[in-house]
Design a protein around this ligand. Structure first.
Ligand code: TNX
Length: 793
């Protein structure tokens, strides 16, 4: 029981940075800080070179280039669009127009050169000398990425839209050579669950361009709304783009609230053409996704004749996986062919995404037509029917001269090798696909889903579930070891980050979820598996965050979240606090108060003899900013000195050792909801035996059942405790009914207090309600009981 190491940090990288735990020296960073304080009459120092994603090589050169109103552009034939982009990029802040160079002798020139000597696609070379910035690439794609690098060499306030009157804009002398590690570098956005306006999509594309990301996977249709105008089927948007309410809070919470507000929207074909052109000007290919045959509620509300069953379909008002599925009839395939024909006219992408994820087959099972079709086609199961469905859609799309991409589920249906796979359920889908001759895109939820929480801070806004800190995204290895050096390695095209938007209801929150995880992703796919290191990235990241803020974006600072390791030893709880960022100190308290600028600075592991509350925040030593807290509630109780045997069946999918986590002294009820911290019981009671070496006196039990600030779960209906000295005859000690629990009365835990009883063995029973009503499934399901800690006192 002693020296139990409790993994409270959940971040594998954190140990690497223990050395930084002392009091770090403030980094000497002279970067162009905050335009608000800048004195524009004084010459500004050039920004230190801090490029994200990290280029292949960066060599400092003497001197600096001064960008002024007199700077002229030398533009290679064909490079005009890049020149135009550069002008638009720097125009608002500088007011400069960058006229064309007249002859060779101009004193201040930016040259955009097409150089056939540079062989690799998308590669570029950038040299900054006092009189000339020279950017060379094989083609305009490389030039465009080079402009993104040049942009990051300029002072951060180049990103503002307001004009800044400055004598010149300095660029540090440097020679950069660069090329991407992977050719597919993507970001996904779900506009069905939340509809985002055109300006936001353009901003998303701008951010992608800044990060040298080149594929935008646009998730345009789902159960909660159809978002693309299709001329032949107007009801898709007249009816399918609107829902008459949205769940308030999380779908899986115990009470279902709905805002009853009509909500929706869609992109007209004109808007889509405009967005496609905008993306093209940024070297971004937009891959539209029309998700079939599942996630079809919005389609079926508009055209119920495409369903296998008769039902009053609706555009869904909450989130989850629904049984609504398209029926594999000729009518459906003809419909989809027409839809994809219009989609293909709008999007020049070589790929069209057909979805294929999370298909429920119950509506197929109840349909005579489907079963006859299966018999006729020799389809053995519903996976095969799904394969048949995707195969038919693929044939239509191939006729349009395009290739399909599908989520990894489509592999289960024997899909043709010409399909590319987006591997979201881990990396195995991609490995399997690559070996079977498919191209594949890495998209594992574990590292690349930006709808997950980014830190354990209780202050994190509601997220769907999961924990994917920036560090975790950064650590993602695109090329699996087992494929390295094999033929199949060529099939791994790259990777993409995802923003599903069930719980991302505003542009500001979307910005928060992607920034700066998008920066970490960029380095994963551009810099590649070799040649990048967190320590190095962490030094460059503050400059990137500064650029986002200059743009007025809502950036998450969760990368500054303090991480922790807790061990319980003979002396008490030992707490190690870590910051993964170099420009920080950690300030902490143990008196329950929120740390402020005068709280103690963390220097060495803390020892809390009898437990207590540790609240810690990182302090940015450059800006003075204090970030969101890491809170640890540690309780020393008899359970830490006992062994625990769980008698009922725990769901061990996420937490393999509930016997340990239930008595580790670390409470999870005041953090984000993270499944691995909780013992989980589906449709069964929690029943456990606590065994002591010698008899102990017990008079109080407490069980936490409700996670975090933004979730609301059912607690146990009853607590029962029995005692025994031989583990066979049990004496009742106490019991209490909590059937009518409510969060405001109970808080996040239930407590049972009783007259002291001494015994070697205690049996604890927390009764679970038999069922709860599932909003997702619209019917009662077995209730789940979560318990973070069994506090025994
Ligand atoms: C699974 S990823 C889904 C989406 C959800 C997402 C939430 C995939 C192909 N399907 O419908 O939005 O999880 O993280």
């Amino acid at each position: 029981m002693h020296n139990k190491l409790i993994k409270a940090a959940g971040i594998s990288l954190s140990f690497l940075f223990l050395l930084a735990c002392g009091e770090p020296e403030p980094q000497a960073q002279s970067q162009a800080v905050l335009s608000l304080d800048a004195d524009y009459t004084q010459p500004l120092a050039a920004a230190p070179v801090a490029i994200v994603p990290k280029p292949v090589s960066v060599s400092p050169l003497d001197g600096e280039f001064k960008l002024t109103a007199a700077t002229q552009l030398h533009i290679a034939a064909g490079a005009e669009p890049v020149a135009q982009y550069l002008r638009e990029l720097i125009g608002p802040a500088t007011g400069y127009t960058l006229p064309l160079a007249q002859g060779d002798g101009a004193p201040s020139v930016i040259a955009l050169v097409i150089d056939p000597a540079i062989e690799q696609d998308e590669a570029y070379e950038l040299t900054v000398a006092p009189n000339k910035i020279s950017l060379r690439a094989k083609n305009i794609v490389g030039l465009f990425w080079g402009v993104q690098t040049l942009r990051q060499l300029l002072p951060a306030d180049i990103e503002t839209n307001a004009p800044i009157n400055r004598a010149y804009w300095p660029v540090a002398g440097v020679a950069i050579k660069d090329a991407p590690a992977f050719k597919y570098r993507g970001m996904h956005l779900d506009v069905s669950r939340t509809f985002f306006p055109v300006w936001f999509i353009k901003q998303y594309l701008d951010l992608m361009a800044m990060h040298k990301l080149n594929y935008f996977h646009w998730h345009l249709t789902d159960d909660q709304g159809w978002r693309i105008e299709i001329k032949q089927f107007p009801r898709l948007t007249e009816v399918g783009a609107w829902r008459s309410g949205t769940v308030v809070g999380h779908t899986y919470d115990k009470t279902y609230l709905n805002d009853n507000q009509q909500l929706g929207g869609f992109y007209t074909q004109a808007q889509i053409r405009d967005i496609v052109a905008y993306a093209q000007a940024r070297n971004i290919t937009i891959i539209p996704e029309i998700d079939v045959p599942g996630h079809a509620s919005a389609i079926l509300k508009a055209y119920p004749e495409l369903a296998c069953v008769e039902k009053d379909f609706d555009v869904q008002q909450h989130f989850g996986v629904f049984p609504e599925v398209l029926c594999p009839t000729e009518e459906t395939f003809a419909f989809l062919e027409k839809v994809f024909t219009e989609v293909a006219e709008l999007f020049p992408s070589p790929y069209l995404h057909v979805g294929g994820d999370e298909v429920k087959t119950e509506q197929w099972a109840s349909c005579t037509y489907c079963n006859e079709l299966m018999a006729r086609e020799g389809l053995e199961d519903y996976f095969a029917l799904q394969g048949y469905f995707i195969g038919r859609v693929e044939a239509s799309i191939n006729k349009l001269g395009r290739k399909i991409i599908g989520w990894d589920e489509i592999l289960e249906g024997d899909v043709a090798p010409s399909a590319t796979i987006t591997s979201w359920r881990g990396v195995e889908g991609a490995i399997h696909a690559a070996k079977a001759g498919h191209d594949a895109i890495m998209a594992p939820g574990s590292h690349l889903y930006f709808d997950h929480y980014q830190s354990r801070s209780v202050d994190e806004p509601l997220a769907i579930h999961g924990l994917t800190p920036v560090q975790e995204t950064y650590a993602f290895q695109v090329m699996p070891d087992e494929l390295k050096g094999t033929e199949a390695a060529n099939r791994i095209l790259g990777a993409q980050g995802h923003l599903w938007t069930e719980y991302v209801r505003t542009p500001a929150k979307a910005e928060y979820m992607i920034l700066p995880r998008m920066s970490a992703l960029a380095e994963v796919v551009w810099t590649g598996d070799e040649g990048r290191s967190w320590n190095d990235f962490a030094k460059r990241l503050p400059a990137m965050i500064e650029r986002f803020e200059q743009k007025g974006l809502n950036v998450a600072k969760t990368v500054y979240a303090v991480t922790s390791e807790v061990a319980h030893t003979q002396q008490g709880f030992q707490v190690i606090l870590t910051s993964d960022m170099p420009n920080t100190k950690i300030r902490y308290t143990t008196d329950g108060s929120l740390p402020n600028h005068t709280s103690p600075v963390y220097k060495q592991p803390l020892l809390l003899k009898n437990g207590g509350v540790v609240r810690a925040r990182a302090l940015n030593t450059e800006t003075g900013e204090l970030y969101a807290e890491r809170r640890l509630t540690l309780v020393d109780h008899l359970g830490l000195h006992a062994s625990l045997e769980v008698l009922t069946e725990a769901d061990r999918a996420w937490n393999t050792h509930p016997e340990l986590s239930l008595v580790d002294g670390v409470l999870a009820r005041d953090q984000i909801f993270q499944l691995d911290d909780w013992a989980t019981f589906n449709g069964v009671d929690f029943e456990a035996i606590v065994s002591f070496d010698t008899a102990q006196t017990v008079q109080r039990l407490n069980l936490g059942f409700n996670p975090g600030r933004f979730r609301d779960f059912f607690g146990p209906t009853k607590l029962v405790v029995l005692a025994s000295d031989d583990k066979s005859s049990w004496q009742p000690v106490a019991s209490q009914d909590f059937t009518n629990d409510a969060k405001p009365q109970l808080g996040n835990s239930v407590t049972l207090e009783f007259a002291p009883v001494a015994a070697k063995y205690f049996k604890v029973i927390a009764e679970n309600r038999a069922e709860r009503f599932s909003t997702e499934k619209s019917k009662p399901v077995p209730a789940t009981l979560y318990i973070d800690e069994l506090i025994i006192q």
